[in-house]
Design a binder for this molecule. Structure first.
Ligand code: OSB
Ligand code: MG
Length: 382
C-alpha cells in the first residue's frame, strides 16, 4: 500500500554529516572482501521542529556497489545537501519527506546517499508529529523475525561453530556467505550439523553462468534461496540460471528501484527479492518495491548493510510490512557492534526484534558514543 497519510513539510536550518568508524566484533568476510571496521556516514537534519537522523550505508570501498563512503561524502556536500537545503528553506515553506526523492532525482545514482538524507528528513518530520516510522510506512506487526548473515569463516568447521553460536542466541534463519571454492562444502557442513534449519546462501555476484553446474549442486540442500549469484547487470543470465535451478533465486544488488524489481520479475530472473532502503534510494522507494512484489505474489525480506542503530531501527519498521514474509537480515546491534550509537540497542527477544514505537525512527542517539566514533564532521547551511 502506498503511504496512507503524508507527513508535514520540514524547514531545514542545516544538515550535519559525520563519518564514523565503528569496530566490528569480528571480521566480516564476503565474496568481495573482509571488513573489520564499519565506515559509515550519519546524517543529522537540523529542522525547525527538532533534529532528524539518517544513515548513509555506503562501505569504505566500492565492492558491493559503485557507491563508497568518500564518494558519498563528496557528492552529498557538493550537490545533494545544497539542493535539499534550497528546497527545504522557510522561503519555500519547507519540504515534505515524500518530495525529497523528487528534489534529488536530477542527480543520477548515489541512491545510498539519497536514502540517508531522506531518512533524516522523514525522521525529523515524524518526530515533530509524534508518529512512529513503522506506523507511517504501514507496519502490520509489532515485532519481526530475525535472521543473521554469517561471513565466510576460516574453514567449514569454523563456520559450523559460528553458526552454532547464532542459533544458541535464537536467530530464526541463517544466511551464509559463499564464493567460488567456498560453496558446496560450507553449505553441506551447516546442513549436516543442524538439520532442517531455515538456511540460505548469498554469493554477492561472485559467479557467472559458466558456474551453473556448481550452483545446481546446492539444490540438494533445500535452501530457502540463493541470493545474487551473478553480477548486478546480469538480469537475463539470472533468468537463464533460474530455469536451471530448483533453489529459488533472490536478487539483492540488481534491484535498485521498483522499476528494476518489476523488470526482473517480468523476465523471471528472481522469485524472491531482498529489499534494502539504501540500495533503492530510500525507505519510500523500498515500500514501492514491496508493493510491486506483493501485487505479483513475490515474497520479500529486509536486507541489511551492517547498519548502526539508526538504520537498524528503520529496517525493523520496514520489515513489519505485510509482504515481508521471510525473516530479514535484521539482527541485534551486538551481532556487529560492541557499542551502538543509540541509547536503545536493538536486541533479540525470542528470535525477534521489536518494531520501535516511539516517534520517528524510535531510537535516541547516544551523543558520547556518536562523538567517540566520529572521524570527520561537517555542517552545511544555506
Ligand atoms: O549482500 O546482503 C549483503 C552486508 C554488506 C553488504 C552486503 C550485504 C551484507 C550482509 C549483511 O549480508 C547484512 C546485515 O546487515 O546483517
Ligand atoms: Mg546480499
Amino acid at each position: 500500500m502506498p503511504i496512507a497519510q503524508a507527513a508535514a513539510p520540514v524547514v531545514l536550518d542545516a544538515v550535519e554529516l559525520r563519518i564514523l568508524h565503528l569496530p566490528l566484533v569480528s571480521p566480516f568476510t564476503t565474496s568481495f572482501g573482509t571488513e573489520t571496521v564499519r565506515e559509515v556516514i550519519v546524517v543529522r537534519a537540523r529542522a525547525a521542529g527538532g533534529d532528524g537522523w539518517g544513515e548513509i550505508v555506503t562501505q569504505q570501498a566500492p565492492l558491493y556497489s559503485s557507491e563508497y563512503t568518500h564518494g558519498a561524502w563528496d557528492v552529498a556536500q557538493r550537490f545533494l545537501v545544497p539542493a535539499l537545503l534550497d528546497a527545504a528553506s522557510s522561503a519555500t515553506g519547507g519540504l515534505a519527506p515524500e518530495t525529497v526523492a523528487d528534489v534529488l532525482e536530477p542527480f543520477v545514482g548515489h541512491r545510498m546517499v539519497k536514502a540517508g538524507l531522506e531518512l533524516a528528513v522523514l525522521d525529523a518530520a515524524l518526530r515533530a508529529e509524534g508518529r512512529p516510522l513503522g506506523e507511517y510506512l504501514g507496519a502490520v506487526v509489532d515485532r519481526v523475525p530475525s535472521g543473521v548473515s554469517v561471513g565466510i569463516q576460516r574453514d567449514p568447521a569454523a563456520l559450523v561453530d559460528t553458526v552454532a553460536g547464532y542459533l544458541d542466541q535464537g536467530y530464526v534463519r541463517i544466511k551464509i556467505k559463499i564464493k567460488p571454492g567456498r560453496d558446496v562444502a560450507d553449505t553441506a557442513a551447516v546442513r549436516d550439523a543442524f538439520g532442517a534449519i531455515p538456511l540460505q546462501v548469498d554469493a554477492n555476484s561472485a559467479y557467472t553462468l559458466a558456474d551453473a553446474e556448481t550452483l545446481a549442486e546446492l539444490d540438494r540442500f533445500d535452501l530457502l534461496l540463493i541470493e545474487q549469484p551473478l553480477q548486478e547487470d546480469d538480469i537475463v543470465d539470472h533468468a537463464t540460471l533460474a530455469a536451471r535451478l530448483r533453489t529459488p533465486i533472490c536478487l539483492d544488488e540488481s534491484i535498485v528501484s521498483a522499476k528494476a524489481a518489476a523488470d526482473a520479475l517480468a523476465l523471471r530472473a528472481a522469485s524472491v527479492i531482498n529489499i534494502k532502503a539504501g540500495r533503492v534510494g530510500g525507505y519510500l522507494e523500498a515500500v514501492r518495491v514491496h508493493d510491486v512484489c506483493r501485487a505479483a505474489g513475490i515474497p520479500v525480506w529486509c536486507g541489511g548493510m551492517l547498519e548502526t542503530g539508526i538504520g537498524r531501527a528503520a529496517n525493523a519498521a520496514l520489515a513489519a510490512l505485510p509482504g515481508f514474509t521471510l525473516p530479514g537480515d535484521v539482527s541485534a546491534s551486538d551481532r556487529f557492534y560492541a557499542r551502538d550509537i543509540v541509547r536503545e540497542p536493538i536486541v533479540l527477544d525470542d528470535g525477534h526484534v521489536r518494531v520501535p514505537t516511539a516517534p520517528g525512527i524510535g531510537v535516541e542517539i547516544d551523543p558520547v558514543a556518536l562523538e567517540d566514533a566520529t572521524v570527520a564532521r561537517v555542517e552545511l547551511r544555506r
